[in-house]
Write a protein that binds this ligand. Structure first.
Ligand SMILES: [Zn+2]
Length: 88
């Protein structure tokens, strides 16, 4: 799915007193293997907010490393890595 990283969203409060968006991602992703950046497969450092670029504008959380997180660009992510988030 084609998505775009939106940097400013990181300041949103994480629900349920969870420490970071990456922890929130890990809690929801439920993988036994270590989560890696969905662009370059380095270790994940950030739970990044991305917006779907085609069809309905929906928001998702995906794991990124800090290098990839710096770039506000479009990229392809496999659906299985995406956790849906609801913005108020
Ligand atoms: Zn990366």
């Amino acid at each position: 799915m084609l998505v775009r990283n939106i940097i400013g969203m990181q300041s949103r409060r994480v629900p349920n007193n969870i420490e970071s968006w990456l922890d929130y991602y890990n809690n929801n992703y439920r993988s036994t293997s270590r989560v890696t950046c969905c662009r370059c497969h380095s270790p994940a450092e950030v739970g990044a907010h991305v917006i779907k670029m085609q069809g309905t504008k929906e928001w998702y959380l995906v794991p990124l490393c800090k290098e990839c997180f710096k770039e506000e660009v479009n990229f392809e992510v496999e659906d299985k890595y995406m956790i849906k988030v609801f913005l108020m």
